[in-house]
Ligand binder design. Structure first.
Ligand code: RP5
Length: 166
């Protein structure tokens, strides 16, 4: 029997399974838009060879974007960006100390030529939505769904104002 699951087009990776409680919001955003994704732990420091291998083969395996989350000395997104041509979205995961500032600065302050699109600390849902937007640039159906989602956000915000005024 063949595996009927669609091939993943977005890779969600993280430095440890302890990042998952933050990172699962990226998976939920992709699921909301029915974008197939894969999830894995690929630690830059504990699994450097596997990390390079993941980055080097991600595009060949059909992925269109990578969402990478890590905490502390969060080198995973940047290192992946250095070995793949795919867009990499970095998610700073907050740990026990420093409120995620260490993670944020580790991810956002990349050298010229090696971009990582960094979302806010624990901003995994936005990372998922950004990946959807990247895919939607070449997919009219997905673009319309994103537009509908944005209309919904507008209606919700408008309704909040209406309730406050009344
Ligand atoms: C980072 O170290 C991981 O991304 C995680 O945020 C942090 C702690 O990892 P564990 O010690 O919980 O495995 O590389």
């Amino acid at each position: 029997m063949s595996d009927a699951r669609p091939a993943p087009v977005v890779g969600i990776v993280m430095g440890s399974d302890s990042d998952w409680p933050v990172m699962e919001a990226a998976a939920e955003a992709l699921a909301d838009f029915e974008v197939p994704y894969e999830v894995d732990v690929v630690s830059a420091h504990r699994m450097p060879r596997e990390m390079v291998d993941y980055g080097e083969h991600a595009a060949d395996r059909g992925l269109k974007a990578v969402i990478a989350g890590a905490g502390g000395a969060a080198h995973l997104p940047g290192m992946l960006a250095s070995v793949t041509t795919l867009p990499v979205i970095g998610v700073p995961v907050p740990l026990k100390y420093l409120d995620g500032m260490d993670s944020l600065l580790s991810i956002v302050q990349m050298p010229a030529g090696v971009p990582v699109a960094t979302v806010s600390v624990a901003g995994a849902r936005n990372a998922g939505l950004l990946a959807v937007r990247m895919l939607a640039a070449h997919d009219d159906g997905l673009r319309e769904r994103m537009a509908a989602f944005q209309r919904e956000l507008n209606e919700q915000a408008t309704e909040k104002g209406r309730r406050l005024r009344n």
